[in-house]
Design a protein around this ligand. Structure first.
Ligand code: UDP
Length: 255
């Protein structure tokens, strides 16, 4: 690895309720990825938000996976607030739904091919076409809806290996997508970067609409999502629970 590329081991990380969150900007992530891609092994990125952390409180397997993930990026304003509260501020939010574009652009530039796994019928295929059009030179190695059910592991891994993909996006929602990657990472022979991307393919294809930029900047993207997809309200109760736990567990010294 060339000297000016940084390794994740050298990146500061803030422990939030037992989950590591790396202190990186988007530029750092792209720089790290360039380093990952010249190594042989697969690196995993997780786009951590308060929901991930609350799920990890009661799901030891998920917590362990996040602790073994190469890069956990802060994909939520709640994490930035928690970092500040804990006296270890994180530099910025790195949204997975932005990173899917930035990594596709980087892939086009370096001639790394991309495989899109998951999302509803026809979504990955359409998203692949949109990305290939947007970033000329980008190779979509393959697309497949599949299912996160372990019974499909072997056949999906074979498809991806046959495609010789360099980068893999997995759109099964958390924690399924991150568990899928962790479970199969050692059998993926060509992939050097795998990232769980939640509903990003739905955003790319316009099936879901992201919050306007001003809401994203104001840290209100969650409110927009709740307004557009009200069935999420139960999942979103994890936000106040997260805030309470960070406050409670930070100890009297902090307060
Ligand atoms: N999904 C899937 N198979 C499944 C469950 C989910 O392909 O068995 C897809 C779903 O179609 C969606 C994505 O996983 O495109 C994740 O959606 P969600 O909005 O829940 O993820 P978030 O962005 O909240 O992490």
């Amino acid at each position: 690895m060339s000297e000016n590329l940084i390794a994740s081991d050298n990146v500061n990380c803030v422990q939030i309720l037992g989950v590591p969150v790396h202190s990186v900007t988007t530029a750092d992530v792209l720089h790290l990825v360039e380093g990952y891609m010249i190594q042989r092994r697969l690196h995993q990125i997780a786009t951590v938000n308060p929901e991930f952390i609350m799920t990890a409180q009661n799901d030891a397997e998920f917590r362990q996976i996040l602790n073994e993930t190469d890069l956990c990026i802060a994909d939520g304003i709640g994490l930035l607030m928690a970092g500040r509260w804990l006296g270890q501020p994180l530099p910025e939010r790195v949204a997975g739904s932005d990173l899917v574009y930035q990594l596709a652009e980087l892939a086009a530039r370096h001639d790394w091919s991309l495989y899109l796994l998951g999302a509803g019928p026809g979504v990955a295929e359409e998203a692949g076409q949109i990305l290939a059009k947007r970033y000329p030179g980008l190779t979509i190695a393959g697309v497949y809806e599949g299912s996160p059910d372990p019974s499909e592991n072997e056949s999906i891994v074979k498809r991806i290996n046959d495609s010789q993909a360099d980068i893999l996006y997995v759109a099964y929602g958390a924690p399924r997508q991150d568990k899928w990657i962790a479970r199969n990472r050692h059998n993926l022979t060509s992939v050097r970067l795998a990232m769980g991307i939640g509903g990003s393919l739905d955003f790319i294809t316009g099936r879901s609409i992201r919050a306007p930029r001003w809401m994203q900047r104001a840290g209100l993207e969650w409110l927009h999502r709740l307004y557009k997809e009200p069935w999420r309200w139960r999942r979103m109760t994890s936000l106040p629970k997260f805030a309470y736990r960070v406050f409670r567990d930070s100890g009297p010294a902090r307060r």
